[in-house]
Design a protein around this ligand. Sequence first.
Ligand SMILES: N[C@@H](CCC(=O)N[C@@H](CS)C(=O)NCC(=O)O)C(=O)O
Length: 231
Amino acid sequence: MTDYTLYYWPAPFRGQFVRAVLSYAGCSWEEAGFDATSIQRALKPSGQLIPHMGPPVLTDHRQGVHLSQMPAILAYLGDKYRLMTDDPVLKAMCHKVVADANDVLYEMTRYNGAQFWTDTDWEAFRPRLQRWMEIFEETGLRNGLTAGSGFVLGTESPSLADLVTATLWGTMTDRMAPLRQMLDTDAPAIAGLSDRIMALPSQAELCKRSEALYGDVWCGGQIEASLRAVL
Ligand SMILES: N[C@@H](CCC(=O)N[C@@H](CS)C(=O)NCC(=O)O)C(=O)O
C-alpha cells in the first residue's frame, strides 16, 4: 500500500511543497491526477474527502485521514517526520516561513489567478517581490543561516523551512529564469540555500521527474501566460 495520495494539479506549484517533503521523508505516494483533483474540488463540501476550496489535499492511508490547506499539511508532515524542533519559538518560526511562502504564491498568482499580470501591474509589484526575497534573507540571517549553524533555515539536516524555502525560490526561479538575477542580488544566502537543498538526491530526483511530467509549467494556466509575458 502506498503511504499517501496527493490530490493536486499537474504543476510544481502549491502541491510541490507537499511532494518535496514526502520525497525528502522517503514516503511513497500516488498522484490522484487532474480529473480526480477536479472532481474533488467541485463536490459539495459534504461529499468531499475533507471540505476544501482548492487543492492540495493529502490522504494519509495509514492514519486514515485527509488534510487540506498547504500549511496545515506541511505542519502535519513536519511533525510526523521530525523536520522541526520541539522548541515552540523555532517551530513558530518554521510555520512563519511556510505561511510567508504561501503568501508569495498567492501574490505571484495575483490572488490565486483572480487577475492577470499587465506590464504596469508587474512593475508596481516588483519592489514587493524584492521585499519578499529580503524578508526570507533576513529571516535566514537572524537564524544563523550564514553562520553555518542555522536553527530554522540552513539547519544541519534540512528542516521543513529549508525544504519550503528551496521549493519556493528554487522552483520559481528555475521556471521563471529572469527572476534568478533578482534572487541572487536581493537574497544571496537564500539563493545558495535553495541550490544546496535542490541538489539533495531526493529533491533533484523530484525536480527531474516534475520537469519530465509537467515541462516548464510553474503555476499554469492564463496567470502563468500573463506572468511570462510581463517577464
Ligand atoms: N489556502 C489554500 C489555497 C488552495 C488553492 O488556492 N489552490 C489552488 C491551486 S494552487 C486551486 O486550485 N484553487 C482552486 C480554487 O480556489 O477554486 C492552500 O494553501 O492550500
